[in-house]
Design a protein around this ligand. Structure first.
Ligand SMILES: [Mn+2]
Length: 198
């Protein structure tokens, strides 16, 4: 019986209201409704490829732009993942995933280290995907890494289509997390010589 690592977090500000319910030991069931259609698409495939179960809803000031909503989803999702992971006992800790998406190849390498960092090596050929500002991908990932207290390295090795490049990033992030949070019975306690990852 796999233990169910889950968390529910609601956050309300004058700019947004975000709710995340995530089970890291799920099967890829997603219910996503954020008011930012491109993020719905990305979070849907993030959930599917990480084999999480997640409900993610947001109601934000998208009449201004998608910035606050996208940023705040990153914050709440990061907090939820951190809370769901708990004491991090017996996890693999590191994860690395390459994901190709047609022309694009993305790699995400993570360390669930309690030391937040985002290394972002991606240049998108276009500033927009549909209505979505592509600079918000960095914003989302940085806030996610910060709140999840995770070291996240994102490298898009190449690509021609911005939609494909971003999609490959989100899939690779999910798969890197899935690997890093895998329970390895050989790991007794927390996988750190410090004895603590929290
Ligand atoms: Mn797509």
């Amino acid at each position: 019986m796999i233990k169910q690592r889950n968390a529910q977090i609601e956050r309300m500000t004058n700019e947004t209201k975000v709710y995340v319910d995530i089970n890291l030991d799920g099967e890829g069931k997603a219910e996503i409704e954020t008011g930012v259609p491109f993020m719905d698409h990305m979070l849907d495939l993030f959930t599917k490829h990480g084999l999480f179960n997640a409900t993610i809803t947001a109601n934000g000031d998208t009449h201004i732009d998608d910035h606050h909503t996208t940023e705040d989803i990153g914050i709440v999702l990061g907090q939820a993942v951190k809370e769901a992971l708990g004491d991090k006992k017996s996890i693999k800790r590191y994860g690395n995933a390459f994901v190709p998406m047609d022309d694009a190849l993305a790699q995400v390498v993570i360390d669930i280290s309690n030391r937040p960092h985002l290394e972002f090596r991606a240049q998108f050929p276009t500033q927009k995907v549909g209505m979505f500002d592509t600079e918000l991908v960095h914003e989302f990932l940085w806030k996610f890494a910060l709140e999840a207290r995770m070291n996240v390295h994102v490298i898009v090795h190449y690509g021609a289509n911005t939609h494909h490049m971003i999609e490959a990033i989100f899939k690779a992030l999910a798969r890197a997390i899935d690997e890093a949070i895998t329970i390895d019975d050989r790991v007794k306690g927390v996988p750190s010589t410090k004895g603590l990852l929290t």
